[in-house]
Design a protein around this ligand. Structure first.
Ligand SMILES: [Zn+2]
Length: 373
């Protein structure tokens, strides 16, 4: 257990099957004595497997055991609500602030190991890595956007803590905190929560972005970063800007791929959550809440989204040119219409966007300022 003045107290515990559980409490919360998880849980499942697709050079995680995971449970059977006398959830304590724990049905892990760079056809290796769940609040109903500032700030602290620890685990190449929000995009639990995947390989999209960042870095004699240059262009142009702070700015990127797409980018070149200063985390929390509030104000019903926090890969060559940032995307293209990834996007990765970045930015600017009133 560690605490320091003004910081979120962190308390470590263990679930009945040995999974790690970590409480992150709002500053000023009394020290926590975790309640023992008294459930009689079966042993943790064996990891799935990783197969290497030689055709594309991509790893595929096969996690057949995930078919049995919980799907949209009612509040009285929600694994993320605090335990009650009549229902033992994943969280033994009767209350908590923010909690992170190892996923009971992980796509990756719990074993850890270095992966080979490729595998011959027909061979598999255990799907090593780690998958964690981050519950943002003990309240079953709600959303990240409606968290009070202090609670959202504790979530940011949890992301930074987990990024530092997961990055140091054997074989981990990329740590990816994310939130899927909305049943329309496959959410299996309504309770406000996110996940963190610690991959033993560089993901295809992560590698694509990191390679582009490296090319730009090298082409400018390591004087300019790609995301820093794009941020400068967006800020001086202004047409797609949504929020500008002292340490972060948010804009719809010039070549947005999704009907709603916003990038929230630090002004300083920083690799990940763990590298942010306290002041930067304070402002990030504020801007992120305002941004999500704006997205929720666009329509009368909540908008499904994916909040994807891109962090520099753990790689001596691809890491240094890569800058931490958020890509917030939604397939919603009208009040009652979602974009589906069909032939061009799903098969070819070639996006066709029905919206103009400048129009989306104008709507979001209005929505963000309305949401604040
Ligand atoms: Zn719940």
């Amino acid at each position: 257990m560690t605490t320091a003045a003004g910081l979120s107290p962190v308390t470590r515990s263990t679930l009945a099957d040995g999974r790690e559980l970590i409480y992150f409490d709002d500053p000023g919360t009394p020290r926590r004595a975790p309640v023992r998880d008294a459930r009689d849980l079966p042993p943790r499942p064996e990891p799935g497997e990783l197969r290497y697709d030689a055709l594309s050079g991509e790893w595929v995680a096969v996690a057949a055991h995930r078919q049995s995971r919980t799907h949209l449970p009612p509040p009285d059977a929600c694994p993320l609500c605090p335990s009650t006398p009549s229902f033992a959830s994943e969280l033994p304590d009767p209350d908590y602030n923010v909690v992170v724990f190892e996923n009971r049905f992980p796509s990756l892990g719990p074993a850890l190991a270095e992966l080979p760079s490729a595998l011959p056809w027909g061979e598999t290796v255990p799907a090593v890595g780690r998958c964690e769940v981050v519950s943002f609040t003990p309240e079953h109903h709600g959303s990240f956007a409606r968290l009070p500032y202090s609670r959202a700030r504790t979530v940011v602290e949890a992301w930074a803590h987990r990024t530092a620890e997961l990055s140091a685990l054997p074989g981990i190449r990329q740590v990816f905190p994310f939130e899927n929000r909305g049943a329309q995009i496959g959410v299996t639990l309504h309770h406000p929560h996110g996940q963190i995947y610690a991959y033993p390989y560089l993901t295809p999209r992560g590698a694509q972005l990191a390679e582009a960042a490296r090319r730009h870095f090298d082409a400018t004699d390591r004087t300019q970063t790609l995301l820093g240059s794009l941020l400068d262009r967006e800020r001086s142009d202004g047409a797609r800007m949504i929020l500008e702070g002292e340490h972060f700015s948010a804009y719809v990127p010039f070549a947005a791929r999704w009907p709603i797409e916003v990038h929230l980018v630090p002004h300083r070149h920083v690799a990940d959550f763990a590298g942010l200063t306290g002041e930067e985390k304070d402002e990030l929390t504020d801007l992120y809440l305002r941004l999500l509030g704006g997205v929720d104000a666009l329509y009368e019903t909540p908008t499904p989204y994916i909040a994807a926090w891109f962090q520099a890969p753990i790689d001596p060559v691809l890491g240094p040119p890569s800058r931490f940032h958020l890509q917030l995307t939604s397939p919603r293209r009208a009040a009652d219409k979602l974009k589906y990834l069909a032939g061009s996007e799903a098969a070819m990765g070639a996006f066709i966007n029905d919206t103009r970045a400048e129009d989306v930015a104008a709507s979001l600017r209005d929505a963000v300022s309305e949401a604040r009133q």
